[in-house]
Design a protein around this ligand. Structure first.
Ligand SMILES: NC(=O)C1=CN([C@@H]2O[C@H](COP(=O)(O)OP(=O)(O)OC[C@H]3O[C@@H](n4cnc5c(N)ncnc54)[C@H](O)[C@@H]3O)[C@@H](O)[C@H]2O)C=CC1
Ligand SMILES: O=C([O-])CC(=O)C(=O)O
Length: 329
């Protein structure tokens, strides 16, 4: 039997938590031969709900679930963990943009960055989901100066999956055939869902879509604003699809992306594609041996450059609003 992997999930008593924990414990994320210890963090006021979730986890009798730690203390939650999924944060309500959550949520990630720095395994994989996810991930990494920068990522996989599905629906093809999608930039309505490299059976998708205005008038805004549409329809934000995207993101990071394809991950900018260092930005990425790499060498036209820069500008504005929470230079 393999040694157990310790997976911390924050906001474990919330709606994403309820859609995520059971799938992780069932083996959907790390495989059906990988024992797991769950470290579940939520605030003191939510511990009674968390207890109910733990009762249900026990009632599933998952063979892979070796132990469950529950706590409201990030230091306890993050001790010796291999994977951290930082979900715990306020969700937005109708009429809000994700960046409106900055003042409510930013401090959470400053505290949790410090706790990760102190207690997590040095090769921990940290995925930030709580919104605004890119900037919260940046706060987290800046507060964890002793951890390598490549330990950190933010979730744009839900946007990536949304884009795949819209194309699958448009072309009447299975999602699995659509390759090389990209969501550049921020997990916000300024993101740039970019079809120009996407392929199906080796053919460029843009050449298969007869009505090019569909891309600008329908595809891009639908993907950009899908979170808002879900909130309007359900009355609360995406939970099952967010949990599914978390599983996809961690699975690819741990077990490699597929050959001849890539995924979108929010990762620290390094100057690639003229996006300066200092933000967490959605890039096309491949993963090998537990490390992500930005896909290099893609041709970017001038219109795309403008869209990529606009979403970068929004990230700079968000960063400016939380600069007091950034101790690491
Ligand atoms: N990046 C992405 O693609 C997506 C991000 N989200 C974001 O994920 C976050 C969570 O969403 P839901 O689960 O729907 O919200 P929720 O309100 O159902 O659950 C949030 C949980 O976090 C807990 N929490 C609050 N402060 C905490 C802290 N300091 N430490 C630990 N736990 C804390 C709350 O007590 C609650 O149990 C929101 O910020 C939402 O906007 C949601 C969907 C997709
Ligand atoms: O829209 C929201 O606030 C939740 C979220 O991030 C998404 O569904 O993409």
């Amino acid at each position: 039997m393999k040694p157990p992997v310790r997976v911390a999930i924050t906001g474990a008593a919330g709606q994403i938590g309820y859609n995520l924990l059971f799938r992780i414990a069932a083996g959907d994320m790390l495989g059906n031969d990988q024992p797991i210890i769950l470290h579940l963090l939520d605030i003191a006021a939510a511990q009674h709900i968390l207890n109910g979730v733990v009762m249900e986890l026990h009632d599933c009798a998952f063979p892979l679930l070796m132990d469950i730690v529950t706590t409201d203390d990030p230091l306890i939650a993050f001790t010796d963990i291999d994977i951290a999924i930082l979900v715990g944060a306020r969700p937005r309500a109708k009429g809000m943009e994700r960046k409106d959550l900055l003042s409510a949520n930013a401090e959470i990630f400053s505290i949790q960055g410090k706790a990760l720095n102190q207690a997590a395994n040095r090769n921990v994989k940290v995925l930030v989901v709580g919104n605004p996810a890119n900037t919260n991930a940046y706060i987290t990494l800046k507060n964890a100066p002793d951890l390598p920068i490549k330990c950190f990522s933010a979730m744009l996989r839900l946007d990536h999956n949304r884009a795949l599905s819209q194309i699958a629906l448009k072309l009447g093809q299975p999602v699995s055939k659509i390759k090389k999608m990209i969501i550049w930039g921020n997990h916000s309505s300024t993101q740039f869902p970019d079809l120009s490299h996407a392929e199906i059976d080796g053919k460029k998708i843009l050449s298969l879509i007869e009505d090019q205005s569909w891309v600008e008038a329908y595809f891009i805004p639908t993907v950009q604003n899908r979170g808002t549409a879900i909130i309007e329809a359900r009355g609360s934000s995406s939970a099952a699809s967010a949990a599914n995207a978390i599983i996809n993101h961690i699975q690819d990071w741990c077990f490699d992306t597929k050959k001849d394809d890539w995924v979108t991950m929010g990762i620290p900018s390094d100057g690639s594609y003229d996006i300066p260092e200092g933000v967490i930005y959605g890039f096309p990425a491949t993963c090998q041996a537990g490390t992500y790499h930005i896909v290099q060498g893609l041709e970017i036209n001038n219109i795309a450059k403008l869209k990529m820069f606009a979403t970068y500008q929004e990230l700079l504005e968000e960063k400016n609003a939380i600069k007091h929470l950034l101790p690491r230079q």
